[in-house]
Design a protein around this ligand. Sequence first.
Ligand SMILES: Cc1ncc(COP(=O)(O)O)c(C=O)c1O
Length: 392
Amino acid sequence: MTDYGKFNSDDVGSFFRSPVREIFKRVDLNKIYSMAGGYPSADTFPLEDIRELSSVVIDKYGAKAFQYGATQGTPELREVISKRYGVPVGRVQVTTSSQQGIDVCTRVFVNPGEVILTSQPTYLGALQSFRSYRADVHGVAGGGYEAEIQKVLSEGKKIKFIYSIPDFQNPSGETLTLGEREEMVALARKYDFLIVEDSPYREIRYEGETLPTIYSLAPERTLHLGSFSKIFAPGFRLGWIIAAPELLDPIYVCKQSLDLCPPIFDQYLAAEFMDSGRLDANLARSREIYRAKRDVMLEALEENMPEGVSWTHPEGGLFLFLTLPEGFDVVDFYDKALDAGVAYVAGNFFRTDGLGRNTMRLNFSFMTAQRIREGVALLARLIKEELTIDKG
Ligand SMILES: Cc1ncc(COP(=O)(O)O)c(C=O)c1O
């Protein structure tokens, strides 16, 4: 047996490997200056709370905490989410993380060849899901959605949803203004499609004013995805979808075949954590940790980067986005950087058109402040060298 590929379904041809995971395979993250992944800082994981709450959950629920449970999620967790975000409990579906939320929305709403609109650049894991179902993904730069919508419709194609990360976007770190959110809602209503609002970073804001969710502006057609990964710990693999019950129903049925139910013990624990005020206390501490790291990265960029390099100033989240002079190729430069001990993700991986080879995503949550300073200084030195070689 040599040709195992012949057993693959047609969908497999559209799968693509995450370049971020490929980087992780090549190097030990703790040995290099890694600004590549989106790992939260382990310092934000509340180990003592988890130890205590594990006993609380076992005392309270016993063996039930390890049994199969409801496909919608445990009533306890749905109740707590409903209370925290001010939505009816019938509008809450627990997911096995927000990546599953993205995947299940695509599976349930999009046929092969139907259109998903997204910002350009956008989250790589979402592109992986969209492509795996053979959706026709249109990345739109700079908010020019209406022109793209008209073009797509004139070609006789059907638009199913806009996928948006309105708060501290991955990878750009940028946030949509209220006007941009309202415009998106107006377009969705005018042309009758859904909005998938992916919000894993929303509560990690360091400054500026909290803006209304897209869901709050259009609860009838928005699926709001939340996640415990960045506000608690990603290892629990827990998230949620808030949406109209009619939209959640096919997702619920789909999840019956996907995973039967989200992890029960994790849900009981997350519900205790969220309801007891511990989540808010931990979040306040996490925000301070991340704000300090963001500031260190911004300072280090300011101090070290040569002229012609610019970057975004995120008000929250875990990433910022660097733009190098036109013609600089971060893909070609990658091996050199990795050999010198510094990793980033090339910006073109987050795009649908393969452009943006002069951009890169930098993560500031994972490393210590000291290592961020050193890593940025090293990256800047390598970029300066490269720019000098290019000129010479
Ligand atoms: C925008 C966005 N959505 C979804 C996810 C997936 O998060 P999780 O599945 O851990 O909730 C990530 C992870 O980095 C992300 O950046």
